[in-house]
Design a protein around this ligand. Structure first.
Ligand SMILES: Cc1ncc(COP(=O)(O)O)c(C=O)c1O
Length: 395
């Protein structure tokens, strides 16, 4: 989010600091140069046939009108089963689940429902680019908590130092975009203890909960004493490779859910009805083999891209979760991240995202770019080849 120096008089002040999503901007640049787009996190492979069939069937069955505002009953039941089966978490679909138009709407609806103007929301850095603007939409103040390089762990004393009387919530994203970090039980427990001690909410973005190569995914809501002060955001974009369907989920205690549902109702009324049915079918019918195969394939893609980047001269480590790699290019080029990304697009034919967009202080991302590996092996192999050719020719 960069701050505009203009003060347009016909638009609300809260929008003045927003700039267009750098990620979507890079997608346009990639198209213009016919480059391999490793910027935006959308798969270039198909969604499971079972889901596609289920969506078509739902449309043929005339599931074409508004769904129940907080989510199709079948989907909420399937989510209850999932949370019980996977995490041993008892969730009441009637009072604690809201289905939204993606995790994107979920996060906005949650913050609008629980944050007042003037409140502070702690956002770890680097961050997924929506959290700060979501806080600003609530006239709240994002407070930035830098994660500790090089492994991006969370320093609890640093967090403790940022908590004030105005702290309403912290947003935790694990597995993390863009760092690939999976927070450990110790880190999450430390945040949970502090949240209880200082009375703030923990809002978790768990959209990559099933894309995990090392460690364990621990929903904060399952930690002792945290069920009542955790709001769990997730969705199907990544798990089922359907980023265009726009189906997200929120699990929250009943009093918070009641407020979240009111906001969600006014924002969007509901998520797409036939697609909710198809997501329910996905949850009901895809067993552990599906999730295992998905992770195995991502692991292979991770190896191709990490090896490709390292052999082209980037410094990077394999992420523990999600499908992003933050890569340091300082040994390849003295340019800043934006210039380097544009040059890579134009001259190498591969598009990353400049990492300054994930930091409140752009200087912190100056030598970093983010690549995604939610792409077919051959796409990643071609990108690696192009990068090697580019840097081998002098970068
Ligand atoms: C951390 C994180 N949260 C949320 C989203 C958006 O999810 P959705 O497509 O469900 O809106 C993304 C997409 O890249 C993401 O990386």
């Amino acid at each position: 989010m960069s701050v505009s120096t203009k003060t347009p008089s016909r638009t609300a002040r809260r929008t003045w600091g927003f700039s267009e999503s750098v990620i979507r901007e890079m997608t346009r640049v990639a198209r213009a140069h016919d480059a391999i787009n490793l910027g935006q996190g959308f798969p270039d492979f198909p969604a499971p046939d079972l889901l596609k069939e289920a969506a078509c069937q739902a449309i043929r069955d005339d599931v074409n009108q508004y769904a129940v505002t907080w989510g199709a009953p079948r989907l909420r039941t399937a989510l209850e089963d999932k949370y019980r089966r996977v995490y041993g978490m008892e969730v009441e679909g009637d009072r604690e689940i809201t289905v939204t138009c993606g995790a994107t709407e979920a996060m906005a609806a949650v913050l609008l429902a629980v944050v007042d103007p003037g409140d502070e929301v702690i956002v770890p850095v680097p961050f997924y680019e929506n959290y700060g603007p979501d806080a600003v939409l609530c006239d709240a103040t994002p407070v930035h908590l830098p994660l500790e390089a090089p492994d991006f762990h969370l320093d609890i004393d640093r967090l403790r130092g940022l908590v004030t009387e105005k702290t309403r919530a912290i947003i935790l994203n694990t597995p993390n975009n863009p760092t690939g970090r999976v927070f450990t039980r110790e880190e999450l427990q430390a945040v949970a203890d502090l949240a209880i001690e200082r009375d703030f909410l923990v809002i978790t973005d768990e959209i990559y909960e099933h894309i995990l190569y090392e460690g364990e995914h621990i929903p904060v809501a399952t930690l002792e004493g945290m069920r009542d002060r955790t709001i769990t955001v997730s969705g199907f974009s990544k798990t089922f490779s359907i980023t265009g369907w726009r189906v997200g989920t929120i699990v929250a205690p009943p009093d918070l859910t009641a407020a979240i549902r009111k906001v969600h109702d006014f924002l969007t009324v509901g998520a797409p009805a036939p697609l909710q049915e198809a997501c329910a079918v996905g949850l009901e019918s895809l067993g552990p083999e599906y999730y295992q195969e998905m992770v195995d394939k991502y692991r292979e893609r991770r190896t191709i891209l990490v090896d490709g980047l390292q052999s082209a001269g980037f410094r990077c480590a394999p992420p523990a979760g999600a499908y992003y790699i933050l890569a340091d290019f300082s040994e390849i080029s003295p340019l800043d991240d934006v210039e380097f990304s544009l040059r890579l697009t134009r001259e190498a034919g591969v598009t990353p995202v400049p990492a300054s967009s994930f930091f409140h202080d752009p200087a912190m991302g100056r030598n970093l770019v983010r690549f995604v590996f939610c792409k077919e092996n051959h796409t990643l192999e071609a990108a690696a080849e192009r990068l090697r050719a580019f840097t081998g020719a002098g970068g």
